[in-house]
Write a protein that binds this ligand. Structure first.
Ligand code: NAD
Length: 481
């Protein structure tokens, strides 16, 4: 039984209440550890430690701050194998994916912001004719809260923490209670890297208790949250009367627009990945696939054949393309959409069933599933399923494709497959999405703004956008004679 601890004031600590929550291994459906069921008192202890650390950390010179964050990046890199194994066991994702994407990216997050802060600058404006100069100081906000989901646990946790710390803030952070393990291992790494006590505090527990206590804390100045849209809405309501700064990265239902003039082979390879990577549990997965009519009847069998060839297996096996879904309730939620497909006038082309992996019969495995729908208005196309389920349907014209792509409450990302530059520009201008990929998917440059429109969120993370979020601009106007 692995016992996870809170990381408060530089020390690993038990929850004050002495209460714990079970932690499940999704690959076999068994409890393998316990995590603190933290309450308000633990969050308060974390806040006090942060507040004590803030004056010194916010005044630590950039070189020192940058060196400590780089050291954390180095240690994540050194421990890649053990972190990838822990992430895979906790989340159910294939270990190969954790080793190739999640953990390298967590290290890259720290390394990127360790450098970015040395290049970050305030603006200056000379008021010509008025003998005045304005310059903008960018001050850290103080104590900030970072709350992250279970789908890319260490990757998204560090995506928030690294810029917050780089900008000179102290942090009270909460990983998802469903996947707490690598956040716990990060505590140990921070201690090893010499991060001063209290600069980062990691409090484990449930959303409505621990998370809520962070959001409600009157002195925590900002909340950076990634998770579901309903939770984001609740957080926004709670934080608004306190005028907290909010960054909300929420759900998605991303369109994948495939035109006949695309590079077909590359599109097919990438579309299989953009549909089912991480068991389809990436907010950026292209879950609504729209295909130009002239290639639809070719695409359909080609895609289904490729999906049928994917191997669902234990996450530790190198040849598993899909591992387990993250939890039993989530598996049941995804299955409920599949079971409802016939009521939506939709046709399951492949998949749709639970998978029994020998030796791991109680694991949460599901076949990758392709459903043909008749209208974009059905529930399967309008609601975020967040599992290995995609829909496909044909379109006749670019205008029709654009209308269907935008006809949804979400606006996170979109992918376009075409070699026509004019079309690329027309669609990029009119698609309602914060991130648009053309002839690629999930290609990330950490300097670029990341986030969604509509119900997919508020604000942008990434690059200087994140450093702007985690700082307060203060204009100074000096008149001289
Ligand atoms: P979730 O909203 O249930 O939980 C996310 C985090 O919020 C968890 O740490 C949870 O404990 C916490 N939380 C829950 N209730 C809270 C409350 N009242 N106050 C404060 N914190 C609370 O989301 P999830 O199921 O963990 O993650 C899946 C969702 O995340 C999907 O909708 C997915 O699209 C979204 N997501 C979005 C992005 C993005 O960048 N836009 C990235 C990854 C995942």
């Amino acid at each position: 039984m692995i016992e996870i601890k809170n990381y408060i004031n530089g020390k690993l600590q038990n929850p004050i209440s002495g209460e714990w929550i079970d932690n499940y291994d999704p690959s076999c459906g068994e409890v393998y550890g316990k995590i603190p069921n933290s309450g308000k008192e633990d969050v308060e202890a974390a806040y006090i430690a942060s507040a004590k650390a803030f004056p010194e950390w916010s005044n630590t010179n950039l070189e020192t701050r940058s060196r400590i964050l780089s050291k954390i990046a180095d240690l994540i890199e050194e421990k890649l194998d053990s972190l990838a194994a822990a992430e895979s066991k906790d989340n159910g994702k294939p270990i190969s994916l954790a080793a190739k994407v999640d953990i390298p990216r967590a290290s890259a997050n720290f390394r990127f912001f360790a450098h970015a802060i040395t290049q970050f600058a305030g603006e200056s404006h000379e008021s010509v004719g008025l003998n005045a100069i304005n310059f903008t100081l960018r001050k850290p906000l103080g104590i900030v809260g970072c709350i992250s989901p279970w789908n890319l646990p260490l990757y998204l946790f560090t995506w928030k923490i690294a810029p917050a710390l780089a900008a000179g803030n102290c942090v009270v952070a909460k990983p998802s209670e469903v996947t707490p393990m690598t956040a716990y291992l990060l505590s140990e790494i921070c201690m090893e890297a010499g991060l001063p006590p209290g600069v980062l505090n990691i409090v484990h527990g449930l959303g409505h208790a621990t998370g809520q206590a962070i959001v409600e804390h009157p002195k925590i100045k900002a909340i950076s949250f990634t998770g579901g849209t309903a939770t984001g809405e609740h957080i926004a309501r709670t934080a608004a009367p306190m005028f907290k700064k909010l960054s909300l990265e929420l759900g998605g239902k991303n369109p994948n627009l495939i035109f006949a003039d695309c590079d077909y082979g590359k599109m097919l390879d990438t579309t299989v990945r953009s549909s089912f990577a991480n068991q389809g549990q990436i907010c950026l997965c292209g879950s609504r696939i729209f295909v130009e009519e002239s290639i639809y009847e070719k695409f359909k069998p080609d895609f289904v054949a490729r999906v049928k060839a994917l191997k669902v297996g234990h996450p530790s096996q190198k040849n598993s393309n899909l591992g387990a879904l993250v939890s039993k309730p989530h598996l049941e939620k995804v299955l409920s959409y599949i079971e409802d497909a016939p009521n939506q006038d939709a046709n399951i082309l492949c998949g749709g069933n639970k998978v029994t992996v020998p030796g791991y019969e109680k694991g949460y495995y599901l076949e990758p599933t392709v459903i043909e729908v008749k209208t974009n208005q059905c529930k399967l196309n309008q609601e975020e399923i967040f599992g290995p389920v995609v829909t496909i349907m044909p379109f006749k014209t670019e205008e029709e494709a654009l209308t269907m792509a935008n006809d949804v409450r979400y606006g996170l990302s979109a992918t376009i497959w075409t070699t026509n530059l004019d079309r690329t520009m027309r669609l990029s201008n009119h698609l309602e999405a914060g991130i648009i990929w053309v002839n690629t998917w999930l290609m990330r440059d950490l300097r670029t703004p990341f986030g969604g429109m509509k119900d997919s969120g508020v604000g942008r993370e990434g690059g200087f956008e994140a450093l702007r979020f985690f700082t307060e601009p203060k204009n100074v106007c000096i008149q001289y004679s």
